[in-house]
Design a protein around this ligand. Structure first.
Ligand code: ADP
Ligand code: MG
Length: 324
């Protein structure tokens, strides 16, 4: 193939498929994907791309479907996760294919969706304290007849599952091979299917992994040159929701870690994005950015989003110079 291109990993938030307030019909999801996929298609000329994505609303809908039907056996969460990797992978592939054809480069580009497992630790403390709400809301009576862990919310009872830390991506070797051949790889959907090691086997577990954290692990394992977390905000802000709110532009690792300690980035939304990007930059010295879905190309050029810079990067470069 051609000269090696830099590797760009983009983690798409749920709004790439379903925007706030939409029911999320198939045609809406495919329509929403047009803009992100246009950018992917353009970027594919200069970068080797990996796409990861969330699956919250899709899992919620599948759970609702299976809860409303007694005749069909219920599938465990790991299989629901695999189903969403398939359906979302299909939607991404078909909209990507359309755009590649529109700009006339479909013959040059290859892409593939990969069902992805992610290893978690069975002793992760998250298993003792499940916190992630998933699926439909139940009345108190319905909840008392179900064997799930439940949490009471304003809208009723909801099932909660553990959200353990991702440790390693099982298919990282396959992903590496595919990107070496310059395939666009769609993987780690919904943070991946959580599995634990049992002797020489993997076993799926009832949990969900944060997709930003799983994408960060993958970005480190394949040594991505740029890692982008794309969502529905211009970047990570300090004083979010307050009059003095300010989107951070270029920040150092120690600055963003300090803001995180001060509590600017809540768990379950901006917290994991900042954590994902900060640990990537710290580990690789490479560029990590949080940006709006519409601004991905701008962010790659350094003109949008919150970009975390590692101070030590210079000394790394100096070290390499000295070695030469
Ligand atoms: P995604 O589906 O992309 O993972 P999330 O809803 O999990 O998106 O996270 C993005 C949301 O985080 C934004 O829409 C915003 O409402 C919220 N948010 C919370 N704190 C902040 C912050 N400090 N800066 C920016 N956005 C924030
Ligand atoms: Mg999120």
């Amino acid at each position: 193939m051609t000269d090696k291109k830099p590797i760009l990993l983009i983690a798409f938030g749920g709004n790439a498929l379903i925007q706030k307030g939409q029911p999320g019909t198939a045609s809406q999801q495919i329509e929403n994907l047009k803009l992100p996929m246009k950018q992917i298609a353009e970027l594919s000329k200069d970068y080797t791309l990996i796409i990861t994505h969330g699956n919250g609303p899709q899992v919620g809908n599948l759970l609702l479907q299976q809860e409303s039907c007694e005749e069909v056996p219920k599938m465990p969460l790991e299989i629901i996760g695999a189903m969403t990797q398939g359906q979302i992978g299909y939607m991404i592939e078909s909209s990507l294919n359309t755009v590649l054809m529109e700009i006339g480069i479909n013959e040059q580009q290859y892409f593939v969706t990969m069902i992805t497992y992610v290893v978690v630790d069975e002793n992760d403390p998250a298993f003792r304290n499940p916190t992630k709400p998933i699926g439909p809301f139940y009345t108190e009576e319905e909840a008392s007849n179900l064997s799930y862990n439940m949490v009471k919310t304003d809208k009723g009872y909801r099932r909660v599952v553990a959200s353990p830390k991702p440790l390693s991506i099982v298919e990282r070797r396959e992903i590496k091979k595919l990107i070496e051949m310059d395939f666009i790889v769609i993987c780690c959907g919904g943070g991946g299917i959580p599995v634990i090691h049992k002797e020489r086997k993997f076993r799926g577990v009832e949990a969900v992994i944060d997709k930003d954290l799983a994408s960060s692990v993958l970005a480190r394992e394949i040594n991505a040159d740029i890692f982008i977390v794309a969502s529905d905000v211009k970047g990570a802000a300090v004083h979010w929701g307050k009059p003095e709110q300010r989107i951070l532009q270029k920040v150092t690792l120690s600055e963003i870690d300090e803001y995180a300690k001060e509590g600017h980035f809540p768990a379950g939304s901006m917290g994991p994005k900042v954590e994902a990007v900060a640990r990537f930059s710290q580990n690789t010295g490479n560029r990590g950015i949080i940006c709006h879905l519409e601004d991905i190309e701008k962010a790659v050029r350094g003109d949008a989003g919150t970009e975390i810079r590692v101070k030590a990067q210079k000394s790394l470069e100096e070290k390499c110079q000295r070695k030469k």
